[in-house]
Write a protein that binds this ligand. Structure first.
Ligand SMILES: *[C@@H]1O[C@H](CO)[C@@H](O)[C@H](O)[C@H]1NC(C)=O
Ligand SMILES: *[C@@H]1O[C@H](CO)[C@@H](O)[C@H](O)[C@H]1NC(C)=O
Ligand SMILES: CC(=O)N[C@H]1CO[C@H](CO)[C@@H](O)[C@@H]1O
Length: 349
């Protein structure tokens, strides 16, 4: 290690001031690492580990290169399965960088400065075992092309993506979690149609004006908060038999934008319609457990929205009902509510 440090110091002489600053930071880091008592870092498995990274002998398939001002992706030895590159200043990735590391299962590249024009079109193509790819908090303007079809968890939140073409996720039939929150997405075409295993779709904080059609039937959780959605199609939920969580808070929904029985579908466990422009409580299924309607303009407590018939056998499964920030008070709740909402543990008014 001492020789390396000396070589680095010798190399500094020719460097510009800013580069020197970065290199010095890095040297300080290396020195502090050397002081660490742990023997984990000390004995390297082999010397194929890039100098900028740590490859602990105790976990020979992982390479730790996060949080150290890196501006490029270092060489990844072929034995690696997990590579941690998050929290650096990486702006681009050239084609070929990962080509020898075909065993890679996880690539963590979040919190960098990646821009789409500097990410090669075949960067990830050969990684047939890739399971997780984290690219959130970068500057990407489109989803990288030729993504491996093995990916199960893809994170692209907090980028600058505005459009998703219908072929973007082609063949990605193993994808279960897709995070696209906090982008500028207005249009998604039929991009999600073929994602047969998709469980979680996170499209919060985008610019969607309507619910994307052709959503996969496998969906379990759908997050659409903070968009510009004004209406939902009447048959929107009837085809999703696995969908349990629907979040539509902070949109522009009005009563007229919600056809009568849209949310009267069994299977749904949680429905968030808070921070919209509703004046009525929409009809929901008796099996719904959590309903959030706070911060709307609701002016009546219509018990029929929860129970069409009330008797000993027919009542709502609702546990939590949030109605605060509307135009009703406890006085507007009819006495019969106690039979219909007998399982409720909290009703906020
Ligand atoms: C991949 O491995 C080959 C053979 O070991 C080597 O010549 C080549 O430089 C490596 N490619 C990259 C991008 O590191
Ligand atoms: C909700 O749907 C159920 C089953 O389809 C139906 O029996 C019930 O009348 C509906 N509720 C309302 C208020 O329309
Ligand atoms: C209208 C309705 O849902 N009625 C049901 C009330 O509960 C009994 C017993 O479970 C059912 O037979 C009814 O269909």
């Amino acid at each position: 290690m001492r020789t390396v440090v000396l070589l680095m110091v010798a190399g500094l002489v020719e460097l510009s001031y800013t580069q020197r600053l970065n290199a010095l930071q890095w040297l300080n880091y290396l020195r502090s690492r050397r002081r660490q008592p742990s023997s984990v870092w000390a004995d390297r498995l082999s010397d194929d580990c890039p100098l900028e990274c740590d490859c602990p002998a105790s976990f020979p398939v992982a390479m730790y290169c996060h949080s150290r001002n890196l501006q490029h992706v270092p060489y990844v030895p072929s034995r690696m399965k997990y590579v941690y590159l998050q929290r650096n200043q990486i702006t681009g990735i050239q084609d070929g960088v990962f080509d020898n590391a075909t065993s890679l299962v996880w690539i963590m590249l979040h919190k960098n400065q990646l821009s789409s024009d500097k990410v090669g079109s075949n960067v990830f193509r050969k990684l047939r075992n890739l399971d997780r790819l984290y690219l959130d908090n970068n500057e990407l303007s489109h989803v990288p092309t030729n993504l491996p079809t093995s990916i199960k968890d893809l994170r692209l939140g907090h980028n600058k993506i505005s459009k998703i073409q219908s072929s973007t996720f082609e063949g990605m039939s193993d994808l279960t979690n897709l995070h696209l929150q906090a982008n500028n997405i207005e249009e998604v075409e039929g991009a999600f149609k073929a994602l047969k295993c998709l469980n979680v779709l996170d499209l919060r904080k985008n610019k969607l004006k309507k619910i994307p059609f052709h959503l996969p039937k496998s969906l379990h959780q759908l997050y659409l908060e903070f968009n510009d959605i004004e209406c939902v199609p009447g048959d929107f939920l009837t085809t999703f038999h696995k969908l349990q969580f629907v979040r539509l808070a902070h949109n522009k929904l009005t009563d007229g934008g919600i056809p009568p029985n849209t949310f009267n579908v069994s299977g749904l466990v949680e429905l968030d319609l808070s921070h919209n422009r509703l004046t009525k409580i929409p009809t929901v299924s008796k099996s719904l457990e959590n309903l959030y309607l706070h911060a709307n303009q609701i002016n009546e407590f219509s018990l029929g929205s929860f129970c069409d018939v009330v008797d000993m056998m027919n009542y709502s499964q609702l546990r939590v009902l949030r109605l605060e920030g509307n135009l009703i008070t406890a006085r507007d709740v009819p006495a019969k509510a106690v039979y219909c909402l007998r399982l409720a543990v909290s009703i906020h008014l």
